[in-house]
Design a protein around this ligand. Structure first.
Ligand code: WT7
Length: 663
């Protein structure tokens, strides 16, 4: 059995429990967490019924809390309730306190931040929702959003929710081809975008990418273009319209569409172990409850706090923790357009000091990158407003955890290492700031309502008790779990619910240590996690294979000090090109291949290393042995295990030499 990780326990910082210094945490002892957790499992109807009534406003109350389960994949929550997400995130706060700041927009250039109040947000959302209606968008339609990190991206999401259209946000780092695939899969008739984006002082040609993508999307009738830079971009007559012109002639109030709790709220594409990205589908009531409840309890959000999640709205983290969660609670949420190193590596810390941020949420990859640049960038900034520091996207290594805790949190903040996925909608394993002692590198204990199981990957048998290792699964539905894959429910069942019957399968390996703490190891499928971005090996391989020189490829994830994992691609060239080529030829080709991946998926998917090789390690039946490639790249060629099943064991020597010479 694999070694079970362990680490020292760090108590809740005393400052958080001192009423003179901090608001009293909602959950302020381990005992209290345990009691509530127990209740959430033993009396879920009472627990979640109360939570959903306390945190959300229903236009028609629900009588029934839960229905269905993993056996048939027919999960439903609050089924006869009616609710609108935009009403919950905007109207009810605008009515109570229209002057309260909803969004602090911190633009790419540090001196151009802007505040948007709840009153303003309501007008913006209503106007855009009105435009969508006028363009023929109705409840159940999908709308693609391909936008930079500007307030209009939030407006776009909420305007869709207001009229019951499903938003499908595509991260603006995806290429035209990736955008095209997503627009086609969702059959979106309308695209919300911007002229250009600004990031780290650079301009991103957003509209050009949209134009390229839409060449093969005849179903798109309307494109609304938000003026981020005011650049003169080509507009297709009849199809493209300027955002500001359209909204300016639309009324500033539009009633929200009354939605059933289980009506779809959005889809969001993510990578699985096969080539084609899947549109993960979330529904309204349950998703919103998961978002609101975790902002309240995991970030211990109190009225007056300034909540800052550094993710992009194009990923689930942005959906749940920039938009829906904080706004559902009426919080002030920070929308950060830039990067941690622009104009200097002090940007995050200046941001925190400037806006007196109380909860700060980022990814281990950013923490590692900043740590490497030196402590001087974080020193001398007033970070005293901080109470909770969150980490998300991949396991956080103890070095990064300690740096975050000591240098940023000054030992006075809670560190919450939050484990979750696009499919889980909100955190499922995480510390609670005032209640759960932490261990550097462990996501600690399950959130309310999450009944975890560690399964033997081969037999599927549940490994009970502590000090066990296996794959991570969940035994029963919780409100914010995804309900389906857009247009392919069968695939949903096969990916998540069939591998281990009766369980939701996360795809991650995990251990439960001697104290019952969860340590997530990483994916056990062919998914690679680069800087918290999820990619499938098959997706990258199919991008490479399109190149005319390529006969065959094998892509693997290797460890990387900054990005967590990075991509290494082994490429076999077509006969005739395979051997005897010059170094210059190889160099050019490698560049072309990297470009190819950027073109098909996006810049963030570019391989770190590309090896042009003669042969790949395969069994006699032709099965590719990725395990061998992983070992070679990791420098563990001396422990390859049994290679006698390979069709040609001599390829291994050649691969080792190739990888060595490239290092
Ligand atoms: C995968 C989900 C929803 C978060 C953003 C990424 C990995 C995420 C942690 C963590 C260890 C983590 C898992 C998971 N992951 N958070 N705290 N510790 N691993 O969402 O793109 O859906 O990726 O990210 O491997 O399965 P995603």
């Amino acid at each position: 059995m694999a070694d079970i990780p362990d680490g020292e326990l760090y108590p809740v910082p005393q400052r958080l429990l001192d009423p003179a210094q901090c608001p009293e945490p909602y959950i302020s002892s381990l005992q209290q967490y345990k009691e509530l957790y127990q209740q959430s499992i033993e009396q879920p109807d009472e627990f979640f019924g109360k939570l959903a009534t306390d945190l959300l406003t229903w236009s028609k109350p629900f009588n029934r809390v839960r229905h269905g389960g993993f056996k048939y994949g027919d999960v439903a929550w609050f089924l006869d309730g009616r609710i609108n997400a935009s009403y919950n995130c905007v109207d009810r706060h605008a009515i109570e306190n229209p002057k309260k700041v909803a969004i602090i927009y911190e633009s790419d250039e540090p001196n151009q931040s802007e505040n948007i109040t709840y009153g303003q947000l309501l007008r913006d959302v209503c106007q855009l929702a009105g435009v969508l209606r006028a363009k023929g968008i109705r409840k159940g339609d999908t709308v693609a959003i391909y936008m930079p990190m500007i307030p209009e991206a939030v407006t776009a999401i909420l305007a869709c929710a207001r009229i019951g259209a499903l938003h499908s946000v595509v991260f603006a780092g995806f290429s035209a081809e990736a955008l095209r695939d997503r627009v086609q899969d969702a059959q979106s008739r309308l695209v919300l975008t911007a002229d250009q984006g600004r990031r780290g002082g650079k301009t991103i040609e957003i509209k050009k990418i949209v134009d390229e993508a839409l060449k093969s999307c005849p179903m798109v009738e309307t494109v609304l273009v938000c003026e981020r830079t005011g650049a003169d971009v080509p507009m297709t007559p009849g199809r493209d319209h300027w955002w500001s012109q359209e909204v300016s002639r639309t009324p500033t109030y539009l009633p929200p569409e009354e939605m059933h709790s289980e009506d779809p709220l959005f889809l969001l594409y993510t990578s699985g172990s096969t080539g084609k990205p899947k549109g993960v589908l979330h529904t309204t009531g349950g998703f919103l409850l998961g978002a609101a409840a975790t902002v309240k309890y995991v970030f211990d959000y109190h009225p007056g706090d300034i909540f800052a999640c550094m993710a992009d709205v194009g990923w689930i983290t942005g959906h749940t923790y920039i938009v829906y969660g904080p706004l559902a609670l009426g919080a002030t949420t920070v929308l950060f357009e830039s990067i941690p190193t622009y104009p200097t590596p002090s940007r995050y810390w200046e941001l925190i000091a400037k806006h007196k941020i109380t909860q700060f949420y980022t990814a281990p990859t950013a923490i590692r990158a900043l740590r490497r640049l030196g402590d001087e960038w974080v020193e001398g900034h007033d970070l005293s407003s901080l109470r909770v520091l969150g980490s998300v996207g991949e396991p956080i290594n103890p070095e990064a955890w300690h740096w975050y805790n000591d240098k940023v949190g000054k030992g006075r903040c809670a560190i919450v290492d939050t484990y979750w996925q696009t499919e889980t909608g909100s955190h499922i394993v995480t510390p609670l700031p005032g209640a759960i002692p932490t261990k550097a590198g462990s996501a600690t204990l399950p959130f309310f309502g999450i009944e975890l199981a560690i399964l033997d990957p081969v037999t599927g048998k549940e490994l009970t008790g502590n000090s066990v290792s296996g794959v991570l699964a969940v035994k029963r539905p919780w409100p914010s779990i995804a309900r389906s894959i857009y247009g392919n429910h069968q695939r949903f069942l096969e990916t998540y619910l069939r591998p281990y019957s009766g369980y939701y399968f996360t795809g991650d390996g995990a251990s439960r240590d001697k104290d019952g703490y969860i340590w997530v190891g990483g994916r056990v499928d062919d998914v690679i996690n680069v800087s918290g971005h999820r990619l499938s090996t098959a997706e990258i391989e199919s991008a490479l294979i399109v190149h005319h020189a390529v006969a065959e490829t094998a892509v693997i994830g290797a460890n990387d000090e900054v990005t967590g994992q990075c991509i290494h691609a082994f490429v076999c060239l077509k006969p005739g090109l395979a051997s005897g080529h010059s170094r210059a030829f190889a160099n050019d080709l490698t560049k072309e291949l990297a470009l190819q991946v950027r073109k098909v998926i996006g810049p963030f998917a570019a391989p770190k290393r590309i090896y042009l090789v003669e042969d790949l390690p395969k069994t006699r039946s032709g099965k590719l042995m990725r395990r061998i490639l992983r070992k070679i790249v990791a420098g563990e060629a001396d422990s390859l295990g049994d290679i006698s099943t390979l069709a040609d064991p001599s390829v291994v020597e050649a691969l080792i030499a190739k990888v060595k010479s490239a290092a």
